[in-house]
Design a protein around this ligand. Sequence first.
Ligand SMILES: Nc1ncnc2c1ncn2[C@@H]1O[C@H](COP(=O)(O)OP(=O)(O)O)[C@@H](O)[C@H]1O
Ligand SMILES: [Mg+2]
Length: 317
Amino acid sequence: MSHHIVEFQDVHFRYPDGTAALNGISLRITHGESVGIVGANGSGKSTLLMHMNGYLMPQGGAITIGDFQLNKKTRPEVRKKVGLIFQNPDEQLFMPTVFDDVAFGPLNLGLSRDRVGDQVTAALKTVGCLHLKDKPPHHLSGGQKSAVAVAAVIAMQPDILVMDEPASHLDPKSRRALINLLRHFHHTKIIASHDLDLILDTCGRCIIIKEGKVVADGKSGDVLSDSQLLEENNLELPLSLQQRAVSTGGPMDEIAKLHHLLEHWAEHNTEHAKTYQDWSKKAETLGRPELAKLLNTIADETLATDARFREALELCR
Ligand SMILES: Nc1ncnc2c1ncn2[C@@H]1O[C@H](COP(=O)(O)OP(=O)(O)O)[C@@H](O)[C@H]1O
Ligand SMILES: [Mg+2]
């Protein structure tokens, strides 16, 4: 699993009308990372993402996905690894029913009908849309369509999930549901978005691109709280950080940043505890009671620190 990297080396791409969209972009993303790609309109985010599964092919430089250098011959293999979700779910959903749409990719991979059925059911369950399986996709709401588009990609069990502006059609509730879903996807994920709060919530690392090149790359908490850097790239501080800056009555300070980080840590803490509990149950069924007990203790101790996080948040006020 350690070799699910995405690497761009000096990649160039120009559209047929002469627009240079990627101008020597280089980046390296390793297994399990969650990376936000941000930048002004037209900075090249979508073009970059469309190179990740060979929907567009580089005209200069090299792209490596896992063990393969991307070229026409390796493209089918690359597509098995990388699930690309387009900005507009309508571009992705075209079958008579939701079930058929989600089954389309796995069937194309040549999996048996039984296996496909299982994977489709699991993927629809993950996005909370199993009850919609017999509906025609064009009868769904925007949020439901986005969730089904995610399921269609998850059903192919990609190692790397790539999403372009996933929240742009969503109402606040669907957006929150999507954020939770993304946080539970533990493989590599790469998300381009204008929604810097979404990036802050789902991605540990953030890359800013400008005119088809990387101009900043670092921890999301650092990159997205750098107002000057954001301004230079026609971006604004995430709302959650802006509100904090207003409520402290002064410019964004380190305490505001800490407050935001604490909120994240607290949220992840609860998630981690749940994971330990799940594994404790698994260990029990695997006949490893000692391990199960220990994991349960770890879960309890993790949950106990929730109260500490709340105290620390109070102290930041
Ligand atoms: N199909 C296309 N033909 C010509 N130019 C395009 C096409 N798609 C995008 N571009 C241009 O390529 C540049 C990068 O676009 P894009 O990757 O869509 O940026 P972003 O997703 O960051 O808004 C922009 O200048 C845009 O106008
Ligand atoms: Mg775009």
